[in-house]
Write a protein that binds this ligand. Structure first.
Ligand SMILES: C[S@@+](CC[C@H](N)C(=O)[O-])C[C@H]1O[C@@H](n2cnc3c(N)ncnc32)[C@H](O)[C@@H]1O
Length: 207
């Protein structure tokens, strides 16, 4: 059986038109965030599980050196062609859990900003701590995570992906690793995500 840990799982959704998450355009709530006072206006950006890369391209168009990572052929093809026409945008075909700052084949650098939208929610919930470890190793010491948590349902469950989360779960997983330095509640969420998503800004805890 295919699981969401495998690129084939995602490829089947893309190729059968079941890529329900794909809005064919950047996320309006990201544009709203980038116009807010919380926007980190400078720095390199890592976008794990970038899909077709509309949001990654928006960061790049704002002037950020941006690396978009995915492991599914349809997504990687889309990212490659976007990278050819978008200044500052590069694509990497890799499992995000393999990202490494020390290995050039697996990225080979750290970032000032990591942007997560529909990555935390797409991976199996049993791998969430592993994802947070990846954020930790790929982020510069003074860097920020811009994490778009969705569906943030605080109690209701739903089969995933998307897999829901709650404020309690997030604080439990992040505690002692990342501090929540700000939250941003968008007003421009797409209809079926309204009131179910928040952007949390995270910084590494002081050692
Ligand atoms: C629900 S889509 C979200 C795409 C994009 N972030 C968006 O919001 O449109 C999830 C994406 O994550 C990718 N993905 C899932 N697990 C991954 C992994 N371990 N490594 C790399 N990409 C992964 C899938 O291929 C798919 O493109």
């Amino acid at each position: 059986m295919l699981t969401q840990n495998l690129p084939e799982y995602w490829e089947r959704l893309y190729s059968s038109g079941k890529d329900y998450w794909d809005q064919k355009a950047f996320t309006p709530a990201l544009e709203e965030f980038l116009a807010s006072k919380l926007y980190p206006a400078k720095g390199s950006v890592l976008v794990p599980a970038a899909g077709r890369g509309y949001d990654a391209a928006l960061w790049a168009e704002k002037g950020h050196e941006t690396l978009a990572v995915d492991f599914c052929p349809t997504a990687v093809d889309a990212l490659d062609s976007l990278g050819r026409t978008t200044e500052n945008l590069k694509a990497l075909d890799l499992d995000i859990f393999e990202l490494s700052p020390d290995d050039d084949k697996k990225c080979g650098q750290t970032f000032d900003i990591i942007y997560d939208y529909c990555c935390f929610t797409a991976i199996h919930p049993g791998r969430r701590d592993e994802l947070i470890e990846m954020w930790q190793r790929m982020l510069n010491p003074e860097g920020v995570i811009v994490a778009f948590f969705y569906p943030l349902t605080n109690g209701d469950t739903m089969d995933g992906p998307p897999h829901c989360t709650s404020e309690g779960e997030l604080h439990a997983r992040l505690g002692g690793i990342f501090d929540v330095v700000d939250t941003f509640i968008p007003t421009t969420s797409i209809e079926d995500r309204k009131d179910k998503e928040q952007i949390w800004i995270l910084k590494k805890c002081e050692e």
